[in-house]
Design a protein around this ligand. Sequence first.
Ligand SMILES: Nc1ncnc2c1ncn2[C@@H]1O[C@H](COP(=O)(O)OP(=O)(O)OP(=O)(O)O)[C@@H](O)[C@H]1O
Ligand SMILES: [Mg+2]
Length: 678
Amino acid sequence: MAHGAISQTSLLEALAGTDRLSELLPILHGHAVEALQARSSILFQFDRTGEWLRATSAYGLDRLPTEPWPSGGGLVPEPLFRDLLPIYIGDLTLSSKSVSEYLGTPSAVLIPLAHMDARMGVLAVGCGAEPTVEALRSVMPVGHAFALALHRANAARDTELQRDLRGLLQDFSQAVSSSLNLSTGLEALCVGVNPLFGADRTSIWLHDRRARMMRLTASSDATAFPDPREVPTADAVAPAAAALRRECAVLTPDAGTSSKALITVPLKGRRRAIGAVVMEGVRLEPGSEMELLERADEMGRQLAAAVENVVLLDDVLRSRQELDNTFNSLADLVVVCNHDGRIVHVNKTFCDRSGRPRDEIVDRPLDDLLAPGTQELLARALERPPHADGTVVRAELEDPALKGTFLMTVTPLMDEVQRPVGAVLVARDVTPHAQLEAERAELRNKLVQSEKLAALGEFVAGIAHELNNPLQGVLGHLELMRATGAFPKALRRDVQTIYREADRAAKIVRNLLVFAGSRRLVRKRVSVNAALTRVFALRAPAFRAEGIELVHDKTDNLPRLKADPLMLQQAFLNIVLNAEQAIGMNGRIEVRKALLDNPARLVVEIRDTGPGLPADVLPRVFEPFYTTKEVGKGTGLGLAIAYGIIQEHGGQISAANHPDGGAVFSVQLPIEPAGEPR
Ligand SMILES: Nc1ncnc2c1ncn2[C@@H]1O[C@H](COP(=O)(O)OP(=O)(O)OP(=O)(O)O)[C@@H](O)[C@H]1O
Ligand SMILES: [Mg+2]
């Protein structure tokens, strides 16, 4: 026991004398070899996963093994860590041949190295013969000393690493807060990582989840970075993409040299994978891989948290910017005020309307910028008891201070616990509604027009009937006279003239009767094309004589209408006659048709190449008896009749000028008449 006691004292002396592993481990190896009267020993340490053992130092060997050993293999027999006692393996070649070769002995003592509950490694001591029980017992404190030394070294390294990382993160947050820019901060980080790991270059790739891409966001040496700067997260070979899918850091020795390596570290956030750190040209020392990876993982953990916070901040800033942009591009005036009625937030539209820059507006009492009516509305909203019904106040008001008429909405502003803290005023400028008003007025006009027409129609129908009978009598007699020739020859021309004029009068009366709608509609299934074709056939000789070209596609397959075919022809004929008269000589009449739905209706456009409708004529063309033609030429009833007919069919007719000149008359007809015709 005396021998063991001396050994323990010297062990303690050694541990107290230095905490540098490079000095301590040779002494401890010496003690182990001496205690077991052995020749060689190897210290194996578990890697971070506990699955592999790596030789990190040795005694009496030519060179340190570099290959890893599986911890499930012969180096860790089942009872080793259960009993925490050294075990003698008589024939190591059976379970771990290569270790026995390195040690130079067929048998060995395996000593478990554990600190508290943590397994740290295995010390393999190569023995020529089986050691005594006493020798085995005396080597146990050496194992403890090994474990303690390793633990102490780890703790010291940890402290140092934590200090370095703290410095790194401090620089990072400083760079971020001074620039409010994520990449600037990350670049500072990359530069700081290089000396910590002895790397040539460090880069950080961030994960764009939506695009499923990894993007190079920062690098300690971005200038020399080769493309691509983006890789799909599913990429099988790109180091950054591969790292993202892993749980811990991985080291890949550089091809051709064993002194440098590539280390990739995943950055795992609280909820998602944030990205990866890629360190290139990391300098390796024999046996330093494990420690490097541990450091890299620790760095990864700490960076991930910091980077995630900054990425979140970046997201928040970005969405805040987007929100601001949206807020400012709203066409409505929006202003937020606190409970005292002071302005907290305004959008650009409000600033523009009040004619002041934002800086001058924010923090002012909102009342300063509003007319009394709006002030009252706001006061009402601010006075409402919280949670009262109908807390939203609405009104249409003219506000001279904001220069317009607005639909105002005041909504109470609540904080996160639903306490009222102010109000939001949204003002929609309804001044352009004047425009809508004008449209309504026009509609009213049209209504008046049809009412006028109806009244006039009744009146005209009465007269027309009265006139028609005597006229028919006159015409009948004249016809008879012409047929029999029962009048002096000298009167022939006069009779001719009387007949022509009477006939014209009869035509006018007929027109008047049509206009007055005294003829009942006889609805049939008719094709618009057939009606148009008839009209054009009627006018074809005149067109030829006047050099008028007709553009009319009859092949379109349009549905048939429920309409009075003769009336429809009459309406189109009146439009076509006007077009013809407007053109005079040489021109073109174009017909276009279209089918619209909701409700299903046909549109027929008839365009001519005449002089078009002057501004003073356009609004009056459908007025009965309105004509610009010389006396005796036009009655001014053609379009009034067309208007009446189309209206009776439940359709609409309108007149306009074509941008390229000429008039366009547009007729809309429902496919099915709605309800009964008047
Ligand atoms: N295609 C057109 N181009 C230019 N002016 C037109 C055209 N169609 C109608 N007008 C104008 O509208 C007026 C009214 O037309 P409307 O058909 O009602 O009467 P009118 O042609 O003058 O007489 P009526 O048709 O009874 O013989 C015309 O006098 C003319 O000034
Ligand atoms: Mg006419």
